[in-house]
Design a protein around this ligand. Structure first.
Ligand SMILES: *[C@@H]1O[C@H](CO)[C@@H](O)[C@H](O)[C@H]1NC(C)=O
Ligand SMILES: *[C@@H]1O[C@H](CO)[C@@H](O)[C@H](O)[C@H]1NC(C)=O
Ligand SMILES: *[C@@H]1O[C@H](CO)[C@@H](O)[C@H](O)[C@H]1NC(C)=O
Length: 419
């Protein structure tokens, strides 16, 4: 009994046998105190590790030191009232937009001439992404540059099948010789930035780990090569909207893809993520999904994905339109802009700028007008879309399209009047 009482610390004082157990007891206490201290220390180290490795910092490696000249270009592209025009369609894709008109190089050149020499383009367009064919037809590049519009070069060579184990999945070609291929676009043609697109299909078993790993690694290799060539890389890991998947499956795929991409960028160690732009798909249900999502749900899901995956050091996310109509792309962008503005007002601003890099959602109406022979109407249509999206990205309702077009036309007339 007494022994038990001593052992559990309630022993009677003065008992001779109690001295020895008392020392043991104190040593025991000392030992457990040290043990607890070690535990607390370990927990603190673990917590610090988790904090520094949570979300964006997840994974091994580090980003390269700041590249100030490239960061300046990235900031120019992310002007709060401007976005990026993606006019880098491959000849084949361009042909698909021509509604039966013959797809000749001269026709593509004519359209790109209209874009690059459009009076007032610089009001709401910070940069234009071009296909290398347009750089080869170089005549109009200087005009755009002189107007203050930055030029971008699409550096990827399109997609190819992954392999038999990843049926239906694609990887992007063009890494071979990229380091030497990209330099002249900057040194000879004055390009300031570049683009590389990878695509991911959402299906029952896709995107697969293998497809994410391969494309993420290649996007990171491209980003490093572009920065070495003096170009700000836009990385475009596009999660495609094709399919009948719902919003939660789109969310899952987007998180896994973006995590993989930033992990790969960090693993390399030679990319300044502060001089990279992410061109991302908005997170939407598949285009043939039975369940629609409101613009608010799309914006919420998109921001949740980005906040969980994109490092704070990245300067900006520019959204692709991915087959959305002009109006829908603008409506989604406006919902995103509103959420960003609400967070700013609540003292929790997003770490990166949000903007647009639309292709079809800027050009569709304009091309229709052009193909019908009305170039002034084509210019007005494009400037109107750009103006509407510039407002939308700030969370401001685009004026009705007619008013926006009129404002843009006035800006164009003013610009044209300047000798
Ligand atoms: C594809 O890559 C080759 C070199 O590998 C290059 O010469 C060619 O211009 C590229 N084409 C496109 C459309 O990017
Ligand atoms: C995506 O879904 C799979 C299958 O349901 C799940 O195991 C995985 O944890 C999910 N990943 C994310 C990032 O949500
Ligand atoms: C999305 O909506 C949920 C629930 O309404 C909210 O708690 C969350 O903060 C929203 N996320 C963002 C990024 O706005």
């Amino acid at each position: 009994m007494a022994k038990d009482a001593v052992a559990d610390g309630s022993g009677t004082a003065g008992e001779p046998a109690s001295r020895q157990p008392k020392r043991q007891r104190e040593e025991g206490r000392k030992t457990s105190a040290i043990f607890v201290a070690v535990l607390i220390g370990a927990a603190a180290v673990f917590a610090a590790y988790m904090m520094s490795h949570s979300e964006d910092a997840r994974g091994r490696g580090r980003y390269a030191a700041a590249m100030p000249a490239l960061r300046t270009v990235a900031a120019q592209l992310l002007h709060p009232e401007k976005g990026i025009l993606a006019a880098d369609e491959s000849p084949k894709t361009f042909g698909a937009r021509l509604a039966g008109h013959p797809n000749k190089p001269s026709l593509r050149q004519t359209w790109r001439h209209i874009l690059l020499t459009m009076p007032g383009l610089e009001a709401h367009i910070s940069g234009v992404i071009l296909h290398e064919e347009t750089f080869a037809q170089a005549a109009d590049l200087a005009a755009a540059r002189a107007a203050g519009v930055l030029l971008g070069i699409k550096l990827d060579n399109g997609t190819a099948p992954m392999g038999p184990k990843q049926a239906g999945e694609l990887h992007t070609r063009g890494l071979e010789g990229l380091a030497s291929r990209c330099a002249p676009f900057h040194t000879q043609h004055g390009a300031a930035f570049a683009k590389w697109r990878a695509v991911f299909r959402v299906g029952p078993h896709t995107p697969s780990k293998a497809a994410i790993r391969r494309n993420a690694k290649d996007l990171a290799s491209y980003a490093a090569a572009a920065q070495k060539c003096g170009l700000v890389p836009i990385i475009e890991p596009e999660v495609l909207a094709d399919g009948d998947h719902d919003l939660s499956r789109a969310t899952n795929a987007s998180v896994r893809v973006l995590r993989g991409v930033f992990r790969a960028l960090k693993k390399r160690g030679d990319v300044d993520v502060g001089a990279v732009l992410l061109k991302a798909a908005m997170v939407t249900p598949g285009s043939s999904s039975a369940v629609a999502a409101t613009p608010e749900q799309v914006a919420n899901a998109t921001l949740r994905v980005l906040l969980g995956t994109v490092p704070r050091a990245l300067p900006g996310v520019v959204f692709l339109s991915g087959g959305q109509s002009e109006e829908l792309a603008t409506t989604h962008l406006e919902a995103l802009g509103r959420l960003a503005a609400e967070r700013r007002a609540a003292g929790k601003p997003l770490p990166w700028a949000l903007s647009f890099s639309f292709g079809r959602a800027l050009q569709a109406s304009a091309m229709k007008q052009w193909l019908a022979g009305d170039v002034p109407a084509a210019q007005q249509a494009l400037l109107g879309r750009a103006a509407a999206n510039a407002l939308a990205q700030q969370g401001r309702a685009p004026q009705d399209p007619a008013a926006a077009a009129a404002a843009a036309a006035a800006a164009a007339a003013a610009a044209a009047a300047v000798p």
